[in-house]
Design a binder for this molecule. Structure first.
Ligand SMILES: [Zn+2]
Length: 67
């Protein structure tokens, strides 16, 4: 398994996903039009030591929306 230490405290992180009842995603400030579709958060990791959470979107998907 690939190790992804916490960028804050360097402890091992837990792999997961962001989960809410409604859709959660990333919206760039560059998305100024009427149709502002969020980019879905595909992957997340949480630090089991300090609680830091990092999230990943698909960069290709976001670039398409802001280009
Ligand atoms: Zn940490």
């Amino acid at each position: 398994m690939q190790a992804h230490p916490c960028p804050k405290c360097n402890q091992p992180m837990d792999e997961g996903a962001i989960s809410v009842s409604d859709q959660i995603g990333y919206l760039s400030k560059k998305q100024t039009g009427m149709l502002r579709t969020v980019t879905q958060i595909r992957q997340a990791r949480a630090c089991l030591n300090c609680g830091y959470v990092e999230m990943y979107i698909d960069p290709k998907e976001l670039k398409q929306r802001i280009s």
